[in-house]
Design a protein around this ligand. Structure first.
Ligand code: BG6
Length: 498
């Protein structure tokens, strides 16, 4: 499955992402025999370290974060052999030449045919330099494939993203660039496509004739932790909305692709982003968007500080830790259907869910006297629970049969994560494996990123004018009241997340 093998270069090998996600992902792929023995990992960071020290780091990261924690001595010795460390100053071209020599030795040892995957778990300001030095250092002069995997944030706005893109595309071709959005690696996000296009039940109803609104929630209980300095500049808008939320929205709204081919799928996603109605003015933004910031609060009896008291945060900060908006996808399928999206830190529950609320049947005609019918809901649970939940109406078996049955909502619940022995692959495992196989379906293409920024920039510009619209919510709550009003004005409400 990995013909010719590959070398994985991990830039930022002493960082958090490598520790929490990348090493455990590589181990799972190894354990599941997806990458065989013809692979090598070269860890790169500035700090000096021996191979032994590096391998100890990898071992600890597996113990703490991997899905498979049990590893015996024989397996560990065989796995650890594949890991090499080199201290590298990315500004020093000479270091890249040495890296190339080291790589050739490693490739010879593991019989790898020049396939090279460069994973940049680094701040984006370094992407350009690394790309340039990879080329100048001779690392791209092999017969095999070369792929660049990069992490978000991809720029700060449309302009900076375009500059960044130019830097990397002067060295790598678009089809060699794998931009990670780890939400696209999640099982249930990938399942959206399967659900929609493999069931006779949904596709005929998936439009403005039958759907009243769509709700996407990504709530987190954590605050900004140690990332205050980064988050101050990004806020929820850039941290979650520009990427994860808009990506989920495109998966829900896209047309069936002509084939299950990466470019065909991404073409459809781009069309959704093109159809997304852009805000025209500050008034327009204020009418459709709510931004909030958490104040001090309590959860389970525990006191939690305000955002402005977090380390690395300006005590007068106006950064958004909560975002809710009403969006429209202006095309034939979705005309008139509001998409409500919300995300925030320090909310009541950690949950990612999509709710499709269907239009009601003409209830006045039938069960009107005794009942207020609840609408049908299709709930796609992404995280931490995985599954699908369908709420429909049925007769209450206990109700008296006096001519008018009592109607109650009942649930059809498919809980994927409840299945015994089920151990879902981590997003990073899937994405890393996809990158190795050369499947870019669940990575974001430049035109998607660019359109998403163009949409976001309008909001950011309106917010920059002044911050009087910033609302506040206590840590541990469900966000500011204004977020509820956004739906109440249309006669809807946020359905409680499970
Ligand atoms: C990251 C954001 O992209 O996604 C974080 O930078 C956020 O702020 C995280 O906490 C959420 O991811 P997940 O997989 O834990 O829902």
């Amino acid at each position: 499955n990995l013909n010719g093998g590959a070398v994985f270069f991990i830039f930022g090998a002493t960082g958090d992402l490598a520790k929490r996600k990348l090493f455990p992902a590589i181990f799972s792929l190894y354990r599941e025999r997806k990458i065989g023995e013809k692979f090598a990992v070269i860890g790169l960071a500035r700090r000096p370290k021996t191979n032994e020290q590096f391998r100890d780091d990898v071992y600890r990261s597996i113990q703490e974060f991997a899905r498979y924690k049990k590893i015996d001595d024989v397996e560990w010795t065989a796995f650890a052999e594949h890991f090499t460390y080199m201290s590298l100053d990315i500004n020093n071209l000479e270091g890249f030449r040495q890296l190339n020599e080291l790589t050739q030795q490693v490739e010879a040892r593991f019989n790898i045919a020049g396939n090279r995957l460069f994973y940049l778990a680094l701040a984006p300001e370094h992407f350009g330099t690394v790309a340039e030095h990879l080329k100048a250092g001779g690392l791209l002069e092999t017969d095999g494939w070369h792929r660049l995997v990069i992490e978000k944030p991809f720029g700060y706005d449309q302009h900076s993203a375009a500059v960044l893109n130019e830097e990397i595309t002067s060295v790598f071709k678009e089809d060699e660039i794998y931009r990670i959005d780890h939400y696209l690696g999640k099982e249930m996000v990938q399942n959206i496509e399967v659900l929609r296009f493999s069931n006779a039940l949904f596709e005929p109803l998936w439009n403005n004739k039958y759907i009243a609104n769509v709700q996407i929630t990504m709530s987190e209980t954590v605050g900004v932790e140690e990332r205050g300095a980064y988050y101050e500049k990004s806020g929820a808008l850039r941290d979650m909305v520009q990427n994860h939320m808009l990506q989920m929205l495109t998966m829900i709204a896209m047309e069936p692709p002509s084939r299950l081919h990466p470019e065909a799928i991404r073409d459809e996603k781009v069309k959704v982003l093109r159809s997304l109605r852009r805000f025209q003015s500050r008034e327009d933004v204020l009418k459709h968007v709510v931004r909030g910031q958490y104040t001090a609060g309590t959860k389970d009896g525990k006191a939690m500080p305000a955002y402005r008291e977090e380390p690395g945060v300006n005590p007068a900060s106006v950064t958004d830790t909560f975002f809710a908006a009403k969006l429209y996808v202006d095309n034939f399928r979705w005309a008139g259907v509001p998409f409500y999206i919300r995300t925030g830190k320090r909310l009541a529950t950690k949950s990612t869910e999509v709710v499709i609320e269907f239009k009601n049947v003409p209830e006045r005609m039938y069960f009107a006297e005794k009942n207020r019918l609840e609408p049908n809901l299709l709930v796609i649970r992404v995280n931490p629970m995985e599954g699908i939940y369908f709420k429909m109406n049925a007769k209450n078996p206990e109700s008296n049969n006096d001519g008018q049955p009592e109607v109650i909502p009942v649930a059809v619940d498919f809980c994927q994560s409840c299945r015994v022995g089920y151990n879902t692959p981590e997003a990073y495992e899937r994405l890393l494996y996809d990158a190795v196989r050369g499947d870019s379906t669940y990575f974001t293409r430049w035109d998607e990123v660019s359109l998403a920024w163009q949409f976001i920039d309008r909001i950011a510009e309106a917010w920059n004018e002044d911050s009087s619209d910033l609302t506040y919510y206590p840590a541990g709550s469900w966000g500011p009241e204004e977020s509820h009003q956004l739906l109440a004005r249309d006669g809807f409400k946020w359905w409680p997340v499970q």
